[in-house]
Structures are given as C-alpha cells and as structure tokens.
Design a protein around this ligand. Structure first.
Ligand SMILES: [Zn+2]
Length: 280
C-alpha cells in the first residue's frame, strides 16, 4: 500500500527583496516582459501566501497536510550578505494574518508543526521557545518539527527530543530527490519513541530533476516495498506561478499520481500515531 504525507515548509509569506533580484535578472536578460510582470505584481504582493491554493488543491482531493511554520529570530547583519536572505522578508508568527491561518488549518484537520529557525538545530532555547509560541497559538501540544535549510548536527535529534518533540522530518536531500543515505523507513535514533520520518521529494529538487516522473515512480515503488511513507515537501511560497512556474502543477500531478495508485494520505502526526500505537 502507498502511504503519502504532504508537507509544507512556511519559509516566507510575502515577497520582499525578491522583487529587486528578479527585476535585476530580467533586466540583465533584456526581458522587459519579466520586468513589467514583477512591477505589476508589486501592486498586489500576495504571490507568496500560498495557503489559498494549498487548501483548494488538497480539499479537492479530500486530503490534509502538515504545515511547518518558521519563527525566525536571526538578526540582520549588513556586513554579512549571507544573513540577508535569512533575515529579510521573514514574517512574525504572531501577526494576525498568520495566527488566523494557523488556527484555521489546525481547526480544520491540517497539522501544524515547527519549522525550526536557522540556528535552532543547535539550540535548546530556540527549540523550546519556538514550540511554546506555536502551542500558545493553537492551544495544544505540537509534536513535529522540520529544520529550516535542513540544518542539523549530531546533537539535533537529542535537543529536539528534550524539547518535547516526538518526530522530526528533516532527514532528506537538499539537492536531488530520493532517500538520503538510502534510509527509507522511519527510524528511532535515540532508541525510544522519538522518530525521524525521512522526506523524499522537495519542490526545488523535483523541478530540476531530469526524467522526474520516472524517478518519482522509482521512489514510490521503493516506499511501497519498504512499507514506508512518501513524504513530499512543497514550500508555501512556491505556489506563485509567476516566480515558480510548474511547481503548483507538479504538486497537483504528484497527488494525482499517488491517488491513481490508491494512496492513503496522512498528516505526519497521524502517521506518527499509527507507527507508535503499540508503544502507547
Ligand atoms: Zn525552510
């Protein structure tokens, strides 16, 4: 049987410096249409919200996903360009529109998880705070996490477990699709009830994969063979058809492919409950 978990990292919810970089890129290519499209979009600036599309698509298929919300606290260091991308354009998890969508998703059967901030992979304090802040918004326990930029070191799993997380879904590849280190099944690195549930397909990697549909089918077959779960990761801002053509269509086509194979869809939380039901 094919099991599938659809997940979303919520890195950003609105466009900011991307207007400058994208207009710059279009100018370099003398692509005036590209410049005009970006300028027109600037007047609306809702391209990176993504939730309306996700809710519509998933509701049409009768499935629910897991959304990992980022609570980035990294400072902007003007002398360090590498910090700009992380600090600019971030959202405040407590702003009204974000709180409302988190509550709506939670109340309607979607799962809310923590998208651990850039340095949280190595910080108990950040992990605990980010979990607590999100729990205060939804009013109940949060059990899942995925680290931003799939950052991790030897301590991350232990720190997450000590912070009260029950599963992590950071284990995966950032440059191609497929299973990292050929680890297909969820595993228990601490030999207790804390699980690592690998993800296999991330949006940007899928976009750049040659023969992507054949490769996806291979991954699906591997997942079924190992009686595991196919975890898909599509960032909420990538439903912008202007900036990420084909991402939204690919997401729909992947769900269609899984449905055609009789897939059962889970939130990661429900899947975690299923694999630990004998332990509880
Ligand atoms: Zn992220």
């Amino acid at each position: 049987m094919l099991r599938v978990a659809l997940t979303h990292d919520v890195d950003r919810v609105r466009k900011s410096h991307q207007y400058i970089t994208r207009i710059g890129r279009s100018l370099v290519k003398l692509n005036l249409k590209g410049v005009v499209e970006q300028l027109l979009d600037l007047t609306i600036n809702d391209q990176y919200w993504g939730f309306d599309e996700i809710i519509k698509i998933e509701s049409d298929f009768g499935v629910k996903s897991t959304c990992f919300f980022l609570n980035e606290s990294i400072g902007l260091n003007l002398l360090k360009p590498s910090s700009w991308k992380l600090a600019l354009g971030r959202y405040k998890i407590t702003e009204k529109r974000i709180v409302n969508i988190i509550k709506w998703l939670d109340a309607n059967g979607w799962e809310i998880g923590v998208h651990g901030s850039y340095f949280s992979y190595n910080s108990s304090k950040l992990l605990v705070n980010e979990k607590k802040t999100l729990e205060e918004i939804v009013g109940h326990e949060i059990i899942g996490i995925r680290q931003h930029y799939i950052n991790m070191n030897d301590s991350t799993w232990k720190l997450q477990f000590n912070a009260g997380f029950k599963y992590d879904s950071t284990w995966g590849l950032g440059d191609e699709i497929g299973y990292r280190g050929n680890r297909i099944k969820p595993f228990t690195p601490l030999n207790n009830s804390y699980y690592v549930i690998p993800f296999a397909v991330m949006d940007s990697c899928f976009a750049s994969t040659l023969n992507k549909w054949e490769k996806l089918q291979m991954i699906i077959d591997q997942t079924i063979e190992k009686d595991s779960i196919l975890v898909i990761n599509w960032h909420t801002n990538n439903y912008s058809e202007l900036d990420f053509p084909e991402y939204k269509n690919n997401y729909i086509k992947i769900i269609e492919r899984c449905v055609s194979m009789g897939a059962v869809f889970y939130t990661l939380k429900d899947y975690y409950k299923e694999i630990t039901k004998d332990e509880q």
